[in-house]
Design a protein around this ligand. Structure first.
Ligand SMILES: [Mn+2]
Length: 272
């Protein structure tokens, strides 16, 4: 899947791993404020927007099993999509986001991976979990829950049952993490080969919650997004912004990369 940024786009934002949940009101609030006011021409959410997503039908839930939090999130997305171009990729938490949610919110669902052509460069966008090859326990689970058959079977279950199952899966994943002292990271060889296959210059991903820039050989690199947790001490929230500033920053069409707090992403003009 490839996206070609229209020539008038000057500024593109990336966020990921918000892990939105009704029990994390501070993160929801900061995210909502940022979405309402970002100055970017397009916003890409690269996975794990939601801590849990058990199916788009949660938006029209007649059973009352959901809390209404998802509807609130959908309203924020809808309002943002009215102002800017909004793209969403699924993560390992919210992989069941589907066309109904996108339609309700005016967003575009991205495949993972996907390439964005912006200026003169090609940016490979991915959540990142598929490249954490050392996460041996997760890989078979990922293959299972991403299969069409598993998803069909799961989505046929009543909503309250899906919510219970999702909480169980989450608890199992947390327990697995407790046992692992070393978290898996993106595999360098896999990342490089992915960039080569898709003829991309740079990779942007989330998932690992370890914001950094890793050079990959001489020409390529891997930008890692921060997660958002506004109730952590110190609070975490960050926007990765690409801006095209013709003439000022090297060859024409080469984007400048900035890491901004949500507050600065709101205040700063795209080319400041
Ligand atoms: Mn993730």
């Amino acid at each position: 899947m490839e996206l070609h940024a229209p020539p008038h786009w000057r500024c593109v934002d990336f966020i990921s791993d918000l892990h939105l949940h009704a029990n994390e009101p501070l993160t929801f609030q900061a995210w909502g404020e940022y979405l309402q006011r970002t100055t970017a021409d397009a916003l890409f959410i690269l996975g794990d927007l939601f801590e849990i997503w058990v199916g788009d039908d949660v938006l029209a839930d007649p059973s009352g099993a959901s809390t209404g939090f998802e509807q609130q999130c959908a309203q924020v997305l809808r309002a943002a999509a009215d102002r800017t171009n909004l793209y969403i990729m699924a993560g390992n938490r919210d992989f069941l986001m589907g066309p109904a949610l996108m339609q309700a919110c005016g967003c575009t669902l991205l495949e993972d991976p996907c390439v964005l052509e912006f200026g003169s460069q090609r940016w490979l966008l991915t959540h990142g979990d598929a490249l954490c090859l050392d996460d041996k326990a997760y890989m078979p689970f990922r293959a299972l829950v991403r299969s069409a058959q598993w998803q069909r079977d799961f989505l046929e279950k009543p909503l309250h049952e899906r919510l219970t199952l999702a909480l169980q899966m989450r608890a199992q994943s947390e327990a697995r993490k407790q046992g692992n002292t070393v978290y898996a990271d993106v595999d360098t060889v896999a990342a490089q080969s992915c960039l080569e296959t898709l003829r991309a210059d740079h990779m942007i991903h989330g998932h690992t919650h370890r914001p950094a820039r890793h050079p990959l050989g001489v020409q390529h690199d891997r930008w890692v997004l921060s997660d958002w947790d506004l109730s952590a001490q110190p609070p975490r929230a960050e926007v990765l912004r690409l801006s095209l500033v013709p003439g000022e920053h090297g060859p024409a069409g080469k984007a400048r990369v900035q890491r901004l707090s949500p507050a600065n992403a709101i205040a700063a003009k795209p080319a400041d």
